[in-house]
Ligand binder design. Sequence first.
Ligand SMILES: Nc1nc2c(ncn2[C@@H]2O[C@H](COP(=O)(O)OP(=O)(O)OP(=O)(O)O)[C@@H](O)[C@H]2O)c(=O)[nH]1
Ligand SMILES: [Mg+2]
Length: 195
Amino acid sequence: MPLSARFLTSASTLAECPPDDAPEVAFAGRSNAGKSSTLNRLTGSRRLARVSKTPGRTRLINFFDVEGGGRLVDLPGYGYAKAGKAERARWSQAIDDYLTRREMLAAVVLIMDARHPLQPFDVQMLDWAAQTGTPLLALLNKSDKLKQGARIAVHRAVARQLADAGIGEAIPFSAASGLGAEEAEARVGAFLAGR
Ligand SMILES: Nc1nc2c(ncn2[C@@H]2O[C@H](COP(=O)(O)OP(=O)(O)OP(=O)(O)O)[C@@H](O)[C@H]2O)c(=O)[nH]1
Ligand SMILES: [Mg+2]
């Protein structure tokens, strides 16, 4: 079942974030990996989060209230090349602050493009999750772009890395086709419920 959610607010700094008083699941990943598309898929909504062909669409931290409790958080993408240096520095500061200071952060959903998984930012995120003991779910997004054999190979390789690091789980996923969506919804719902 999709999670029912609605937009709460946007923030460009930690100080602007809503009170840290509800469990949150944050969607992180490289620019253009499909964070916003994934949020829309998991909430069964076309337009909850803004999706764009141009990387760097999500420029703020966006908060969505989930019916039944908790929030989903759409983070700006890491590594958006066209943003100016100052803007990039501001984003990564806001993301780092969010990830390190948010007491109610229940889990991180790491969205990767299944065609280019485990880029430096992703590995950094996995290391961070392992070090801090933050639950992490990796979604191998855009799996619709891969043939079955490649999909299986990528899943196996990423699952092995996660197992080596002692964290989380990887799911072949497609925000476009809905592959893996039910499983991801169940996992996110469980994170929010503290399970
Ligand atoms: N084929 C395919 N395309 C996808 C999928 N998910 C996202 N896309 C496309 O990838 C592009 C980026 O999607 P977004 O959801 O905006 O990505 P994002 O990670 O939120 O990007 P930023 O906000 O810029 O960091 C869009 O053109 C989407 O339509 C998928 O599962 N399959
Ligand atoms: Mg986005």
